[in-house]
Design a protein around this ligand. Structure first.
Ligand code: ADE
Length: 229
């Protein structure tokens, strides 16, 4: 079976990835073989029968460092030396919609999830992954960050999101590129005495479009003025 995009996740906690991807749109996309998400347990490549994958940092300091050999062997075992290789790390370049769009064009993406105090620098020097951060905060491990990347990338792969669940008119892309999304309403028409704005019930598509653009602009100006510069 030829998938449009395969994610290969190097992790110590494969269940976190499998669990999170087993629902909703990602599940539908993997069931339909549009994308593939497989996990490689780094512990399967441990250096000894105790399953050791980490050790104390040279030079001292708190915490443990993930060892190079298990990560290197797990990477090689995937058998995709030309895959795009990513390491999730708070030291990485910030993730963005533009990066998601670029990654959605790839055929194979390998994602390394770090834990503890990080991974031995030598494995990064040898395999030179692209380091990506999902924000300026520190998570307990790279799995949640990898899931953010997988989700944002997968939904841009053709066929993953249905036509009725449009991805063309949303924040950061499409006609409202660079702006936050306008507010949305659905039934009932009155909730807690608050009416849906009349214009949305008018059937006047041009005016609705104009109203939405204005609302998107107002919201962006109030919450994320940095996006308008
Ligand atoms: N691992 C720990 N924190 C992270 C972050 N902010 N982004 C990506 N990977 C991480």
């Amino acid at each position: 079976m030829s998938f449009q995009l395969s994610f290969h996740v190097l992790t110590l906690f494969p269940e976190m990835i499998h669990q999170a991807c087993g629902h909703s749109i990602l599940k539908r996309a993997t069931d339909a073989s549009i994308i593939n998400i497989d996990c490689i347990n780094i512990r399967d490549f441990a250096i000894n029968k105790h399953g050791q994958v980490d050790d104390y940092p040279y030079g001292g300091g708190a915490g443990m460092v993930m060892m190079a050999p298990p990560i290197y062997d797990a990477f090689v075992n995937i058998g995709k030396p030309n895959a795009h290789f990513i390491y999730m790390s708070p030291q990485g370049k910030p993730f963005s919609q533009a990066k998601a769009s670029e990654l959605s064009q790839k055929k194979d993406i390998i994602i390394l999830c770090g834990h503890y105090e990080g991974v031995d620098q030598r494995v990064l020097d040898i395999l030179s992954p692209e380091e990506i951060s999902i924000g300026d905060y520190v998570l307990t491990g790279g799995e949640l960050a990898a899931l953010v990347v997988i989700d944002a990338v997968a939904r841009l792969v053709p066929g993953v999101v249905g036509k009725s669940e449009s991805i063309n008119n949303e924040s950061f892309s499409g006609t409202l590129e660079g702006m936050l999304e306008h507010p949305q309403y659905t039934r009932p028409p009155i909730f807690n005495d608050i009416k849906v704005p009349d214009i949305l019930l008018s059937g006047h598509h041009k005016n609705i479009e104009e109203w939405r653009k204005n609302k998107a602009f107002e919201r962006t100006k109030a919450i994320r003025p940095d996006l308008l510069i």
